[in-house]
Write a protein that binds this ligand. Sequence first.
Ligand SMILES: Nc1nc2c(ncn2[C@@H]2O[C@H](COP(=O)(O)OP(=O)(O)OP(=O)(O)O)[C@@H](O)[C@H]2O)c(=O)[nH]1
Ligand SMILES: [Mg+2]
Length: 397
Amino acid sequence: MSEDLWPPRSLDDPRGPEVDAPPVSAPAGITLIIPTFNEADNVGELLRRLAAALPADPPCEVLFVDDSTDDTPAAIEKAGADCPFPVAVLHRERAVGGLGGAVVEGMARAGYEWIVVMDADLQHPPHLVPELVGEGIRTGADLVVASRHLPGGSRAGLAGGYRVAVSRAATLLAKGLFPRALRGVGDPMSGFFAIRRGAVTGAALAPLGYKILLELAVRCRPRTIAEVPYVFEDRHAGASKSTPREGLRFLAHLAALRCANPLARMIGFGLVGLSGFVPNLAALWLLTHVGVQYLVAEVIANQAGVLWNFWLIETLVFRDRRHHRRRLDRLGRFALLANADLLLRIPLIALFVGRLDMDVLPATALALVTTFVLRFVATEALVYLPRGPRAATTTRS
Ligand SMILES: Nc1nc2c(ncn2[C@@H]2O[C@H](COP(=O)(O)OP(=O)(O)OP(=O)(O)O)[C@@H](O)[C@H]2O)c(=O)[nH]1
Ligand SMILES: [Mg+2]
């Protein structure tokens, strides 16, 4: 294996992750990436089963990307000493991006041609690793997904009807939003897959939470995808890290992925703007009820809508672009543009009615559309685009 790539770079390495620019060809072999969060009671058994399952040829390496607060790293080092393949632990002080972020950090350090991602709790059967890679080599696929939904597969280990229903709904939602990217992926929620390192190129990956496969399938667009059935087993030991909060992160992840496309971003911007009427009107109702004069109330209530819109736009639409400016700077600019939109609308309506002889209703509709497009373009350009070379030296939020 290339000495540059193994052992993995430290997180402080100024060269940073390489996932955006892997070499065109990597030595044939398998890099297994296993994210761990407090899995001390699982890693020993996992490595034992992997040692029994992995062939001597092609060569394999195992990289745990660990965010644990328990003694998982020590347990890995102890069990890894008896393994016939190299085992390394990359322990992160900051769990940036959660499980997905851990996998991306691992991929940046992978040295072999095939990258296999699997969980540490033995819900993903280790004996399937060679089969996943073998299927990729046999079919020429860039991505091979272990699927619970093919004949011969099952999600037996998914605890309870509620989790099955959530998994089903999440799959439908993801496939509905990304019909082309997920064509041929029956189980986009799977966390067990093999991908050619050369297919992880181009797009900057910014996974949020658990669904790293979704991120790779949508942003990297592997040319061909194959699937292999598998039975999702019960967790071997330890506790699940999956919480309802992961569900919200999944929705935010879907929105961020969808909004990578400019038209979808504009539609998202418009939908958020429409939703802003609710807090705006609610604040107006409240303020007028406590006796605030209605024009003053209008101005204050409008700011409630602006704050609501800013929060949603930041979370859903421009999530990947927040780092160019500090949060307060972004909020100030966003609020200024939102209020300028109101000021611009009245003279525009006057212009359309006075100069173009339009009726009031179509003039108002045209002014709304015009100011909406202007506001979208201005928000993108003035709040969320990079500031040019001088910006590189400023602090990021
Ligand atoms: N590095 C890292 N790994 C994580 C994080 N959260 C979860 N993991 C690991 O990701 C894998 C999947 O997490 P699980 O808690 O098993 O999630 P799940 O399989 O959806 O849930 P269960 O079916 O209840 O086990 C396990 O190996 C976890 O240890 C995280 O924040 N950072
Ligand atoms: Mg699990």
